[in-house]
Structures are given as structure tokens and as C-alpha cells.
Design a protein. Structure first.
Length: 325
């Protein structure tokens, strides 16, 4: 019979930086597979498959991840995630794509003339010079904006049939180009952690009735498909459902890495999934995830006005797919 060992860990309040992500390019698949086929990585795969892991499943998952990291580090570029302060981020978001260098320079000249005009507002030459440049600036800004929108529309006409993904990306840009930049929230990372922790808070002491009910279920001799070991075909079918260009979890392992390592790591994945299935020991790294807060409405400084979306490990998603089919 299958066993489930539930271990309740305290929520960590520490704030960590987002790990660097791998950049998947057109030639990454070939390079990644060549790295997996190298003698060094092949030896590590062989050792992993022959190791009988007992107890903590986190060690097993970390060893599998290290094999993927070993191949990725010598074949795929990394995207370095830089920390940007909130002030700089807001300032950058206010800069529209159509607001080019010529408008930036004209705006600087206008600011200089405005300062001079405020100081000598009775001078007819300074006054006429300021308003002439202001009129020219406003006209140039409208022209640049119209040209930008017209160019986007032309691109949409060309991409609608040829490249649907780029089509919808440009359509979203066109839709949002009229929106004014709103101020970002002042919610700190600690406040976010406390909010989501309270949102998912569970009773510390489980109900005795629930514990007794679960024990009776474990001892009941009822046939279930979960009593059958996961097969290579089930893993392969699950891998085929993975989509490219999806966000990866805290382990930085993407769907592209899993799909292109299938022929090398199918036995390793079988080893992992069946070990977790038979022991009921769920790896902690798969329970971690990145929470993205999507604003709904109301005040941006109120965490309850956001909807949280969690991105977990792609390997975890693959195993869940197998368990649910």
C-alpha cells in the first residue's frame, strides 16, 4: 500500500533573491544534448540511476537537478537578474517607446526656456521664444505618437497570419499605449510574505477525526491505479504536454531542459517519481514557488487587492500531471 508522510514545516520569513535563469535560444537544444552526452555527465547519470536513495527525497531531487545544472552551465547562457530600486523602475516605466531622442532633447530645451521665461516673463523675445518651442514640441510629440501607432498597426497586419504570438504581443502593446503610468505599490517584500502566509494559514493541530479517517483509508485494501508504478511511457507522455517559453520555478529548470533531456534522463525521472510515490516523501523544493501578485482593483497599497499566482518546479508539474491522469 502507498504511504503518505506529511511533515509541516514553519514558514520561512527570510527574503531571497531570484536565482539566475537560463536563456533558451535556437541552438540551445543541440548544445544542451551534447553536454548531456558528454562522458562526465553520463557518468553522473549512471551513478544517480544506480543509487538507492532512502529517507529524505530532497537529496535525490538535488542530485537530479545538479545533473541538469552541469549540462546547462556548459551549454546555455544565463540571464543575470539585477535588483532595481522601485524609484528607478517607475521612472523607466514612464518613458514611452515612441518618446525618442529628438523629443527628449526638445523637452530639455523647453525646460531651460521655461526657467528663463519664469525669471524674465516680461521680456517679449524670451516669451515668444518659449511659446514657439512649446508649440513645436507639442506638435512633434503628437506626430511621433501617431507614427508609432501607425507602425504598430502595419506590423499587426503583417503578423496576424505569419506570427500569431508576435501579433498578440503587439496588440497588447497597442492597447496599453494610451494608459497613463500609475504609481507602483509601496508594499514591502516582508508585508507580501506575511499576507500570503496568513492567507494560507492552517490549524496547527490536525483534527483527531481527520487523522483517524486517513489511517483507515491507508489500511483499506482497495485497488487503485496509484498502486502501480509509474512507467516510462507515462513520463514520456507527460513530457510531450510541456509547453515552451513557460516560467520555471525556484530550481531554474525549464520545460525546454526537461523535454530535450528526455532520451538521457527518462530512467532517472522514473527513479525519482516512483521513489516519491512509494515513500510519500514529498521534496521541499517542489513545495516552494514564486508568487506573482496580479493587481485587480482598488488601492495598490493593499495586498488584498491582488491575486496571487504561484509558479513551482516544472518537474513537480510533470509529476502532478502523471498522478492526475
Amino acid at each position: 500500500m502507498l504511504k503518505v508522510n506529511c511533515i509541516f514545516n514553519a514558514v520561512q520569513k527570510d527574503v531571497y533573491s531570484i536565482p539566475n535563469q537560463y536563456i533558451w535560444e535556437e541552438n540551445s537544444a543541440e548544445k544542451f544534448q551534447n553536454a548531456l552526452a558528454s562522458p562526465l555527465v553520463q557518468e553522473k547519470i549512471k551513478t544517480f540511476n544506480n543509487t538507492n536513495y532512502t529517507g529524505d527525497s530532497n537529496i535525490m531531487i538535488q542530485d537530479l537537478n545538479n545533473i541538469l545544472y552541469e549540462a546547462a552551465n556548459i551549454s546555455i547562457k544565463k540571464k543575470i537578474i539585477k535588483k532595481v530600486n522601485s524609484t528607478a523602475k517607475v521612472k523607466k516605466s514612464q518613458q514611452s517607446k515612441w518618446f525618442d531622442l529628438s523629443l527628449i532633447n526638445m523637452k530639455k530645451q523647453l525646460c531651460d526656456k521655461e526657467k528663463l521665461f519664469k525669471k524674465y516673463n516680461k521680456d517679449p523675445y524670451i516669451r515668444s521664444s518659449f511659446f514657439a518651442l512649446l508649440k513645436k514640441y507639442r506638435k512633434a510629440r503628437k506626430t511621433k505618437y501617431r507614427e508609432f501607432r501607425a507602425d504598430l498597426i502595419d506590423q499587426l497586419d503583417n503578423l496576424r497570419e505569419e506570427n500569431p504570438k508576435s501579433y498578440w504581443t503587439l496588440l497588447e502593446s497597442l492597447k496599453n499605449s494610451d494608459k497613463k503610468t500609475e504609481k507602483s505599490s509601496n508594499i514591502t517584500s516582508t508585508e507580501w510574505a506575511e499576507y500570503f502566509k496568513d492567507l494560507n494559514k492552517k490549524p496547527v493541530t490536525p483534527s483527531p477525526n481527520i487523522i483517524e479517517f486517513l489511517r483507515n483509508l491507508e489500511n483499506a485494501k482497495v485497488f487503485t491505479e496509484l498502486d502501480i508504478l509509474i512507467t516510462d511511457k507515462e513520463i514520456s507522455d507527460a513530457i510531450h504536454t510541456l509547453k515552451n517559453k513557460k516560467s520555471c520555478g525556484p530550481d531554474s529548470i525549464s520545460n525546454e531542459m526537461i523535454k530535450n533531456s528526455q532520451s538521457f534522463l527518462i530512467k532517472s525521472l522514473n527513479h525519482v517519481f516512483n521513489k516519491i510515490l512509494s515513500t510519500g516523501n514529498y521534496p521541499q523544493i517542489w513545495a516552494n514557488g514564486f508568487i506573482t501578485a496580479l493587481f485587480k482593483n482598488g488601492s495598490k497599497d493593499d495586498p488584498s487587492n491582488y491575486r496571487g499566482l504561484t509558479v513551482t518546479s516544472c518537474l513537480n508539474i510533470e509529476q502532478n500531471y502523471i498522478m492526475n491522469t
